[in-house]
Write a protein that binds this ligand. Structure first.
Ligand SMILES: Cc1cc2nc3c(=O)[nH]c(=O)nc-3n(C[C@H](O)[C@H](O)[C@H](O)COP(=O)(O)OP(=O)(O)OC[C@H]3O[C@@H](n4cnc5c(N)ncnc54)[C@H](O)[C@@H]3O)c2cc1C
Length: 463
C-alpha cells in the first residue's frame, strides 16, 4: 500500500520486500557476491533528482530510515540495511562537461570509465577509481584514491560544488558560499553520509598524453628487499608516478616457479602520468636499480597504458562476480616487516585469487602532501589493501577466517584506515580511525545538525 503511494509520486520504480522480484534486485544491487543478510523494506530506484526529494519526504512521513546506494561497490554492502527505505541512485548517470571552465557536472552513479571516456574526447581526465565500474557516487564521498592520486590528490578535493537532498527533504546547493560545512563533509565523510548527493561539480585535469607502466615480477620470497628499496625510491619519484607492490596470482608464464609461494608472485608496478614517452622512460628506468632486479622472474617495460588499458588491469586484479572480504590500513612502518608478515599469510591463503596492494605515497620524502581542510584527513607513507577473493559460497568460512587472521597480523602496522575500503561492519571502530580525531568530532556534530532525527542510516553500531 505504502509502496503504491510513493510509486504514484515518482518516475522511478518502487519495489517492496513482498514483491516477487525483490530478492534478485536486492542481490543485484551489490557488486560483491558476498551479499549481506540485511533486508530493506523498500527499494526505490530513482529516475530524477526530484524523485530523491519525494522519497526522502515519504520516508520522513512514514518514519522509515533511509539508506543510499550509488553504484553498489561498497565491499561491505553498506547500503543494505534492515528496516530501511533503500534509495538507489544507479540510474542517475548523466555527465555535462564545460571544457572552457575545465569542469564537469555529473550525476552520482556515473562510473569512472564512463566519465574518463567522455572527458578523453576533450583531452581531459579525472582521478577515478582503479576499476572501470566503480561509480563516482560513494568513491568521491570516501575521499577517492583514484589513478594518479599522488599528483591530482584524493578525488574529493576536486569537488567544487554539489547538490544534496537533506533530511528535511530540501534540495540544497553546496559550494564555497552556500552550505560550506556540507561541502567540507562531502569531501571525505564516507559511507553513512547524512544527506543524499544528487550532483557533483568536479574540477578536471589535462589528460596525460603518454601514460606508461613498467612491471617487474618477483618471487614472493624477495618481497622484503623489493619493499625496502621501493619505499626509499618513492620519495625520489615525481608525484606523477603511482608506485605499487601487489601480491597477486602469478601469470601463467611464472606459475611453475611460484608454486613454492602458494602460486603468488610479488609484482612491482609503476605508472607514470606524463606527456611524453621519453619522459616516462627516463622516470621509470629507476626501477632497474632494485638490488634484486637480477632475480626478477620477468619484466614488461614502458608499456603504453591509457585509461582503458589501466581499467583492463583493474578488471583482472579485481574480477567481477566473486566473493570478497576487504580491509585497509595506512602505515608509516617498515615496509619490509609489513610485507614479510603479509607474505607469511599469503603462503597459506585458501584461495589462489586473493590479492594485496601496497601503494606508496610518491613525492618529496614519500610523505603524502598536507591535506586541505575537509573531512578526509587520514594519509601516511603507504596504503595497504588486502582482499580475500574466491568463487564458491562453500569457501566463505575458510576465506573469511584467513582474511581476518591476516588483517589481525598486519593491524599493529596501522596508523589509521581508509573508510572506503575497510571492513567497517565487522570492525566499526575502523570508521573513526579513518579520520583525524577533530575531523571525526566535527562530522558527528554536523550529523546532529543536518539529521537531528537520525533519518539516514549512519555507521554500524551507531544510532
Ligand atoms: C572493484 C572495486 C574497486 C575499487 N577501487 C577503488 C579505488 O581505486 N579507490 C578508492 O578510493 N576506492 C575504491 N573502491 C572502493 C569504492 O570507493 C567504494 O566501494 C565506494 O563506495 C563505491 O561507490 P558506490 O557508489 O558504488 O558505493 P555504494 O555501495 O553504492 O554506497 C556505499 C555507501 O556510500 C554512501 N553513498 C554512496 N553514494 C551516495 C550519495 N550519492 N549520497 C549519499 N550517500 C552516498 C551511502 O552511505 C552508501 O550506502 C573500489 C571498490 C571496488 C568494489
Amino acid at each position: 500500500m505504502e509502496g503504491k503511494e510513493l510509486q504514484s509520486r515518482i518516475e522511478g520504480t518502487v519495489t517492496t520486500s513482498t514483491d516477487a522480484k525483490y530478492e534478485n534486485l536486492r542481490r543485484e544491487l551489490i557488486w560483491n557476491q558476498l551479499t549481506p543478510a540485511r533486508y530493506p523494506q523498500m527499494i526505490v530506484q530513482v529516475a530524477t533528482e526530484q524523485d530523491v526529494v519525494e522519497a526522502v519526504r515519504f520516508a520522513r512521513t512514514h518514519r522509515m530510515k533511509v539508506a543510499v546506494r550509488g553504484g553498489g561497490h561498497s565491499w561491505v554492502g553498506f547500503s543494505l540495511r534492515d528496516e530501511s527505505l533503500l534509495l538507489d541512485l544507479g540510474r542517475l548517470t548523466q555527465v555535462s562537461i564545460d571544457r572552457a571552465a575545465g569542469t564537469a557536472a555529473i550525476q552520482p552513479a556515473v562510473s569512472g570509465q564512463d566519465l574518463n571516456r567522455q572527458l578523453a574526447v576533450h583531452g581531459l581526465a579525472f582521478p577515478v577509481g582503479h576499476c572501470p565500474t566503480v561509480s563516482l557516487s560513494g568513491f568521491l564521498l570516501n575521499g577517492g584514491l583514484g589513478w594518479n592520486f599522488n599528483s591530482w590528490g584524493p578525488a574529493c578535493f576536486s569537488i567544487e560544488a554539489a547538490n544534496a537532498v537533506t533530511a528535511d527533504g530540501s534540495l540544497v546547493s553546496v559550494n564555497q558560499e552556500q552550505n560550506t560545512d556540507l561541502l567540507w563533509a562531502i569531501r571525505g565523510a564516507g559511507p553513512g553520509f547524512f544527506a543524499v548527493v544528487t550532483r557533483y561539480c568536479l574540477k578536471l585535469y589535462p589528460a596525460p598524453r603518454a601514460m606508461t607502466t613498467s612491471t617487474y615480477f618477483y618471487p614472493l620470497q624477495q618481497v622484503e628487499e623489493v619493499g625496502a628499496w621501493a619505499a626509499n625510491i618513492a620519495g625520489r619519484l615525481p608525484k606523477e608516478v603511482e608506485l605499487t607492490i601487489f601480491f597477486a596470482p602469478a601469470p601463467p608464464a611464472f606459475a611453475e616457479r611460484c608454486k613454492a609461494s602458494n602460486g603468488f608472485a610479488c609484482i612491482l608496478s609503476a605508472t607514470a602520468f606524463v606527456d611524453t614517452q621519453s619522459e616516462a622512460t627516463a622516470i621509470l628506468s629507476i626501477l632497474d636499480s632494485c638490488p634484486v632486479a637480477h632475480q626478477c622472474l620477468g619484466k614488461e617495460l614502458n608499456q603504453p597504458t591509457p585509461f582503458d588499458t589501466l581499467f583492463e588491469m583493474g578488471d583482472m586484479l579485481w574480477p567481477g562476480r566473486r566473493h570478497y572480504s576487504a580491509d585497509t590500513l595506512w602505515s608509516n612502518s617498515s615496509p619490509a616487516k609489513l610485507l614479510a608478515t603479509l607474505r607469511d599469510h599469503f603462503m597459506r591463503a585458501p584461495s589462489p585469487q586473493s590479492l594485496a596492494v601496497l601503494v606508496f605515497s610518491s613525492g618529496v620524502d614519500g610523505v603524502a602532501s598536507p591535506l586541505p581542510d575537509a573531512a578526509f584527513s587520514m594519509t601516511a607513507k603507504m596504503l595497504l589493501l588486502c582482499y580475500a577473493i574466491w568463487e564458491r559460497p562453500a569457501d566463505n568460512a575458510a576465506n573469511i577466517a584467513w582474511h581476518q587472521e591476516t588483517i589481525a597480523a598486519v593491524d599493529p602496522f596501522a596508523v589509521g584506515h581508509y573508510v572506503g575500503e575497510s571492513d567497517i561492519v565487522a570492525a566499526p571502530a575502523r570508521a573513526e580511525r579513518s579520520f583525524a580525531p577533530a575531523n571525526w568530532q566535527r562530522l558527528q556534530a554536523l550529523r546532529r545538525k543536518y539529521d537531528p532525527d537520525g533519518l539516514f542510516h549512519g555507521h554500524f553500531g551507531t544510532r
